[in-house]
Design a protein around this ligand. Structure first.
Ligand code: CA
Length: 526
């Protein structure tokens, strides 16, 4: 029996579509519009929907992913051997604000969240312990175990305690020009909406990153005067600090007692918080992909893109990232920039990253892998488009540098410039203020964060079937014809609202799978 032909065309002007049918399609297969395949086309690969003349553009995602080397007949297999890759796009003379799509708002979407004094909204109620330096990590780990055992049972409305442990803080060129990136990342992590504005710091005492440098007075918009009054924070820092080298603590057990005393004050206030109905504008959804495959740009990422459009229309903020995976699609992004200032900021971040890579003797590693090509990705342009598609179609409202936090008025769709590295990207999105994380994966990763709930989407059903207790949404059903992109988009949206409201824990949270926060430090280590 002839298999059902499932083709995914991303944009109305596209002259190729991707075969989504599991196992691919045979030669002679009749397609919906009467077109007949001239040859077998594997899953994830492209078929010409109409004749493409030599040197004409091969259009996918509405952009030229290549130029035909010779005439390609309608119904033929389009692969990297049939087209020439476009030149790398320079960062000059880009289209700006030329593709500003409007869409009607979606009214009435809400979730149950914890309102914070600064206007942000938490999706979890967590005590975070900020650390200035790696030296204190072992002591803090013991303190966290004791807090869980001895204190949390008395504060049932607090979800957990999270140590913001990291490898930064000393042995680094703390005044180097790029050191502001790791420092502001740590500062802004401690202000993540899921920590309720309760900032407490554990410091060693002699480290380069002194508490006053990490959290100088006035640097925190939500400085809690009660915390200062309770424990007498130092005059320079605006938050209470437990310094392990303080002679008053004595040794190890005295340090733990001091941290627990401090933690208890914060737990009392956190425990009094309750969820309330808040509009979708309280959501800050960070999106990224990791372990991508050819179906990433066919199933999970476009479905996520449609969910992102709905989120933004409902008033939510969405952050997309991963500089090296969008670099080749820069013209698409500047065309969607809300105005010239946003486009200039975006280009400045990409220029900074180009220079950062050059300093390290690298480039954006523009070569697709043999596995990518086998799976149907012809070149880096097509790969970048498959990554960008998860940002949806709406205008880009703002841009954040690495480790920057959402500012007043920065709402809607934002590009948060980060490396593509999964854990560094997640860390920087958490510093930006993310309160729900959506992660698409093809090869599969058990990724999770302690501070922010993570929802994982599989690009293919084989992975979802292999990992039924790790994957939350199977976007591979799109490739099986079991549901549409819009079906999965609505499922993602419902899932986000459920998870944000604490109604349902997804697998990473269920199992307590927590990747370490990983600080991006482009400055020298001494
Ligand atoms: Ca990634």
């Amino acid at each position: 029996m002839e298999q059902q032909a499932l083709l995914v065309r991303m944009h109305e002007i596209d002259n190729v579509a991707v075969v989504a049918t599991r196992g691919g399609l045979p030669a002679g297969q009749r397609l919906d519009d009467g077109l007949v395949l001239r040859e077998a086309v594997p899953q994830g690969h492209k078929v010409a929907l109409r004749t493409i003349e030599a040197e004409a553009q091969v259009l996918r995602y509405g952009v030229a992913i290549g130029y035909a080397l010779q005439r390609i007949e309608a119904g033929a297999w389009v692969h990297e051997g049939t087209m020439r890759m476009p030149e790398a796009r320079a960062l000059q003379n880009l289209p700006v604000a030329t593709e500003l799509r409007t869409a009607p708002p979606i009214e009435g979407l809400s979730f149950l969240g914890y309102r914070n004094a600064d206007g942000s909204v938490g999706t979890r109620n967590l005590l975070a312990i900020t650390t200035t330096v790696q030296c204190v990590a072992g002591v803090v780990e013991h303190a966290v175990a004791r807090i869980r055992r001895e204190l949390l049972p008395r504060f049932p409305h607090v979800d957990d305690v999270v140590a913001l442990e990291h490898g930064y803080g000393c042995g680094v060129a703390i005044d180097a020009p790029d050191a502001h990136i790791p420092i502001r990342t740590l500062r802004n992590l401690s202000l993540n909406p899921n920590f309720g504005g309760e900032v407490m710091v554990v410091s060693l005492g002699c480290e380069k990153l002194q508490p006053e440098k990490l959290l100088p007075a006035g640097s925190i918009p939500l400085v809690d005067e009660r915390a200062v009054a309770d424990v007498g924070a130092s005059a320079e820092a605006c938050v209470p600090v437990v310094r392990l080298q303080d002679p008053a603590h004595g040794g190890f057990n005295g340090m733990l007692d001091a941290i627990l005393r401090q933690a208890e004050l914060h737990l009392q206030r956190l425990d009094a918080r309750r969820r309330e109905t808040v509009p979708a504008s309280g959501l800050v959804v960070g999106i990224q992909c990791g372990g991508s495959d050819a179906l990433s740009g066919v199933t999970a990422n476009p479905a996520l893109g449609r969910a992102v459009d709905m989120l933004v229309r409902a008033g939510a903020t969405v952050l997309f990232s991963e500089v090296t995976e969008v670099r080749d699609g820069v013209a698409l992004l500047t065309a969607r920039a809300r105005d010239h200032a946003v486009a200039e900021r975006l280009v400045a971040e990409l220029e900074w990253y180009d220079a950062y890579l050059r300093r390290g003797g690298a480039d954006r590693s523009a070569n697709t892998t043999p596995g990518n090509k086998k799976g149907g990705l012809s070149n880096i342009v097509e790969k970048a488009m498959g990554s960008i598609v998860k940002s949806g179609t709406l205008p880009i409202d703002f841009v954040l540098g690495p480790g920057e936090r959402l500012g007043p008025g920065q709402r809607g769709l934002g590009f948060a410039a980060t490396p593509a590295s999964d854990f560094i990207c997640g860390t920087l999105q958490a510093a930006a203020g993310m309160n729900v994380h959506v992660f698409t994966t093809g090869r599969g990763t058990p990724y999770g964060l302690a501070a922010v709930p993570v929802i994982k989407l599989a690009t293919r059903s084989e992975l979802a079937e292999q990992w039924p207790d790790l994957i939350d949404v199977d976007a591979g059903r799109i490739a099986r014809g079991a549901c549409s992109l819009d079906d999965v988009a609505r499922e993602i949206l419902d899932c986000i609202l459920d998870v944000a409201s604490g109604r349902r824990r997804r697998w990473a949270e269920h199992w307590g799978l927590h990747n370490a926060f990983t600080i991006f430090n482009p400055a020298p280590v001494t």
